[in-house]
Design a protein around this ligand. Structure first.
Ligand SMILES: [Mg+2]
Length: 188
């Protein structure tokens, strides 16, 4: 058997990067409360954007969890990019999910045929092996960058304070990682 060239291991977050959780939540919220106006979501404090306030957490966790998580759409082009680059990159999904969120999340990964061989459900992403992390949450990016590896931000309204590398698509992320590796090898 011909041996395969070693792939580049990259860590990819799910919500806010591949799965449009906010889009899925908003759609179901508007169905349940058609006359409520939702403000632009630019932080993790969801209670400030949905008119039901703190009850948004019960709305998610106790009322519509499976539906929100399983039916949230992927961002346009995200999964296609993962497939396109799969021969060069090992896509490792690294996502923080509360315990009950795991099951609908695994269904979502299968439902949309996300091309990955490895899924980590964990909060400490920086403990996972990989050359780069793509994430939308600044705390995760900071912790990962502190290990000396490439932390790349998926541009979202809630992470505008991240000063480091930023992309608007998965495709741009893969290109940025290849450029970073090329720049690194030229340095020696
Ligand atoms: Mg995220």
């Amino acid at each position: 058997m011909k041996s395969q060239p070693r792939k580049i291991r990259v860590l990819i977050d799910l919500d806010g990067v591949v799965r449009d959780f906010i889009g899925g939540l908003t759609r179901i919220y508007q169905r349940e409360y058609p006359d409520h106006e939702i403000k632009t979501i630019n932080s993790r404090a969801l209670e400030t954007f949905f008119p039901i306030g703190e009850r948004i957490y019960d709305f998610i966790d106790r009322q519509f969890l499976d539906e929100i998580l399983i039916d949230s759409p992927p961002y346009p082009g995200a999964i296609e990019a993962m497939r396109r680059w799969e021969d060069r990159f090992e896509n490792v999904i690294v996502t923080a999910q509360p315990r009950r969120w795991r099951y609908p999340t695994f269904i979502w990964l299968g439902k949309f045929k996300v091309p990955t061989n490895e899924v980590h459900i964990c909060y400490r992403k920086e403990e996972v092996d990989g050359v780069a992390l793509l994430d939308d949450f600044v705390d995760n990016l900071e912790a990962f960058q502190a290990t000396g590896r490439l932390a790349v931000c998926m541009d979202q309204p809630w992470n505008q304070h991240w000063p480091g590398p930023r992309v608007r698509s998965l495709n741009e992320f893969y290109e940025l990682v290849l450029d970073a590796i090329a720049a690194d090898s030229n340095a020696f």
